[in-house]
Design a binder for this molecule. Structure first.
Ligand code: FES
Length: 94
């Protein structure tokens, strides 16, 4: 089953230097911790062309870029995306 939201974490040089690998791990752990594995997936990706604002992540399918993304933002991001999924689901069933 395809996840409804995909988080792309840039793994190229500028972002890598700013700990994007750690951010990837934290996002993955937080998705698991919040029980959203079937709804949200995380993948490493190539340069998102915002290198000077590294580290960058991109939320799909809405293509929202979060620049200078910090580890402490991970929990809030996943919580927010989880709420988004629930509200879209309830709108669709209304
Ligand atoms: S290296 Fe990450 S946006 Fe370019």
């Amino acid at each position: 089953m395809k996840s409804s939201i995909e988080i792309l974490v840039c793994r190229k040089s500028s972002c890598k230097k700013k700990n994007s690998s750690k951010i990837f791990d934290l996002i993955s752990e937080e998705i698991e911790a919040q029980g959203l594995r079937k709804k949200i997936s995380v993948k490493k990706t190539g340069c998102l062309k915002y290198c000077s604002n590294a580290p960058n992540i991109k939320i799909m399918p809405d293509q929202i870029i979060h620049s200078k993304f910090k580890r402490k933002q991970v929990e809030n991001l996943i919580t927010m995306l989880g709420k988004d999924i629930k509200s879209k689901k309830s709108k669709n069933s209304a």
